[in-house]
Design a protein around this ligand. Structure first.
Ligand SMILES: [Zn+2]
Length: 496
């Protein structure tokens, strides 16, 4: 009796101390697909709540383009949803970290309510958890979308305008093939959640053209379906500002994000399976608001308008139009030597001491060259006009706001050995690579598109490019922003 009593006391005591040192975790997942229109695959808000003795954190990911500003999430969403989470679940606002995958899915109007429900599901179902961190690799699904041209400019790959002639492209920029993975298991080793971070615009689309959570919706589906039932896979978008899916401009196949998502999902699973989780209750959030300098867009607009005028003025006269140009292109490529008639007519010409057909060919070739030159100028103008419209929009809004700075919330998060730092804008990939390099922590990952949205934030170097890429025109910040941000993010990383 005495022995059993002592054993019970010991068990009780051990459980108590084990409990105190244990990290707890819970997950939630709510469908947020808009009820109208053709749906290819569902979109979700997913939540992971983690809790130790002193700290509670909620990581929320949404299959949506942005947290505010563009798309269907309003600018009042973040404050409202955080206030409700604080009031009803006791999690402080800065401990609720909300990331948009940046897919172009159309979501329901009551996203605030559904976000809260996902976090509540997670907070209501906390269980003791083990965590571990790992790195996956996927270099087959993404490409840097800024083409580096022989003349030093950079042109980005978009559907909004034409690509430059192939022979003018000198090289391609970097990608980040790394997948940052946090694995959260239940005490018995069954998986509960996977948080994975990767950099790529999920904008490939679905074959039927329907509403889709795109590449990262498919990758999350693959991960969830191949781990223990109930596992939630939260995709955290990284520094995907200048990263596109591969074959983004393919015109020979219907757009299909699913194979790309499957590859990303399987590569993540490979990393998940290699992670050994352990009891580890380290959980920390640091956050700070900083004011970034607004760019003086007037100068850029002036430069672009001057270039617009120059290009328009350079369009020359041409004998051909589209109707006469296209058949000539076919003829002169199919039969390079004798495009205008059968070879015997050329031979006959020669026998007569004449070269009428050859002269005609030379003239047609000249006219075709002139026509192509105009087309290339027109393509340049389409890029310039599109990017100029973006700049003018931001200039008007910036002017109207009267603010010379933009306030942004930066966060740093530690879960065991997993370290994540976040930013609201579309960071380009080099910034993520820089921060990973300066971080004192081995497993550091960087998320853009988090806790707000301030458009593209390219590097100071990329901002020297005027008018040829979306990232440097759909942008509010002045070049000095980069150093200010990188310094502050490094400080936050040190504090973790
Ligand atoms: Zn984007």
């Amino acid at each position: 009796m005495l022995l059993i009593g002592a054993a019970l006391v010991a068990t009780f005591f051990n459980n108590n101390t084990a409990q105190a040192a244990t990290l707890q975790a819970g997950v939630g997942k709510v469908d947020v697909t808009h009820p109208d229109g053709l749906v290819n695959d569902r979109s979700y808000v997913r939540a992971l709540v983690l809790k130790n003795e002193s700290t509670t954190v909620a990581i929320v990911t949404i299959d949506v383009v942005a947290i505010g500003e563009i798309g269907s999430i309003g600018n009042d969403y973040l404050d409202k949803v955080r206030a409700r989470i604080e009031k009803e679940l006791g999690i402080p606002p800065t401990h609720v970290i909300i990331n948009a995958s940046h897919c172009h899915s159309i979501i329901c109007d009551d996203i605030g309510e559904r976000t809260f429900q996902a976090v509540k599901q997670a907070a209501d179902n906390l269980v003791p958890a083990r965590v571990g961190v790992g790195h996956g690799r996927e270099d087959r699904v993404s490409e840097n979308r800024r083409l580096i041209m022989k003349d030093g400019t950079q042109i980005d790959v978009r559907h909004a305008y034409s690509l430059p002639p192939d022979e003018e492209v000198a090289k391609v920029g970097p990608i980040d093939p790394e997948i940052g993975v946090l694995r959260v298991d239940r005490e018995d080793g069954r998986t509960l959640a996977v948080v994975y971070n990767f950099a790529c615009h999920p904008i490939q689309g679905a074959q039927n053209g329907g509403n889709t959570a795109d590449m990262t919706g498919f990758s999350s589906k693959v991960i969830e379906e191949n781990l223990d039932p109930g596992t939630v896979a939260l995709f955290v978008q990284g520094c995907g500002g200048d990263i596109n899916p591969v074959f983004y401009k393919d015109v020979d196949h219907p757009r299909n994000a699913e194979p790309l998502g499957n590859m990303l999902g399987l590569s993540t699973l490979k990393a998940v399976r290699a992670i050994e989780t352990k009891p580890d209750d380290r959980l920390k959030v640091v956050s700070e608001n900083i004011a970034l300098p607004r760019s003086d867009l007037a100068t850029r607009i002036f430069d672009m308008e001057a270039e617009q005028l120059r290009l328009a003025g350079s369009l020359g006269g041409t004998s051909l139009n589209l109707k006469t140009f296209i058949p000539l292109v076919v003829k002169y490529n199919v039969a390079e030597e004798f495009p205008s008639y059968y070879s015997h007519a050329y031979l006959l010409d020669k026998a007569r001491g004449r070269n009428d057909l050859s002269k005609l060919d030379a003239e047609n070739r000249r006219n075709m060259q002139n026509y192509i030159r105009n087309i290339h100028t027109m393509e340049k103008l389409t890029r310039l006009n599109t990017n100029l419209r973006l700049l003018r929009k931001h200039h008007a809004r910036g002017y109207a706001s009267g603010n010379r700075t933009i306030d942004v919330e930066l966060a740093g998060l530690r879960i065991g050995d997993f370290v994540l730092t976040t930013f609201p804008g579309e960071l380009t990939v080099q910034i993520g690579l820089n921060l990973k390099k300066v971080s004192p922590h081995k497993h550091t990952f960087v998320a853009g598109y988090t806790n707000g949205y301030i458009y593209y934030c390219p590097t100071a170097e990329q901002l020297k490019n005027v008018g040829n890429a979306q990232e440097d025109s759909d942008c509010l910040v002045a070049p000095e922003w980069q150093k200010m941000y990188e310094d502050k993010a490094a400080e936050l990383l040190q504090a973790l």
